[in-house]
Design a protein. Sequence first.
Length: 227
Amino acid sequence: MDTIVRQLFEMQDLSYRDFHSRLMPTINKDAVIGIRTPELRKFAKEIYGSVQASEFLSSLPHRYYEEHNLHAFLIEQIKEYDECMAELERFLPYIDNWATCDMLRPKALKKHLPELKEKCFEWMESQHCYTVRFAVETLMLYFLDEHFEPQIMEKIAAVKSDEYYIIMMVAWYFATALVKQYDCALTYLTQQKLDSRIHNKAIQKARESYRITPEKKQYLHTLVLNG
């Protein structure tokens, strides 16, 4: 057992492993050590920049779920955009669950939004489920406020997939868009431009949001597709 894996097992919480494993049906329980996220993030900060961390980043694929999360948290520490992007490109194909995908949020990305947007468009063409999911989530995080462009919403609406975790992310995007860009997002519902699964899930999530008025929630309810 190498040094980092041994250190990870020293942080193991078996009751947390049992609980968290149930949330990730795509991951074998034997691949989950059981480490709480704040503790793992703290560990990533402690070892970042060390030879140990550098060797770990170059040692894909990993065996354990927490190794992948540690890898994600080390990427988050990278301040230079080009280096961060290079590490992301290497790592994304190895992500095998929604939790690791959604925890990965490198701050260096927001320093180069034009380049990031184009890279997300490229990632959305991937055959890898979690690369597409990461792309849509990234566009949701950085391009629904002052940097919003209708063409971005068009491209996300055009994503075609039967992958559950892509469908749910696109629905999450449109639910968030109904909060931040209501008029534009609404046209995709009134004109039924979305897959029915995405359409209805986006409405459900939007109606659960405290950031949408009761009047809008009531109207959105009338747009639910039946059958």
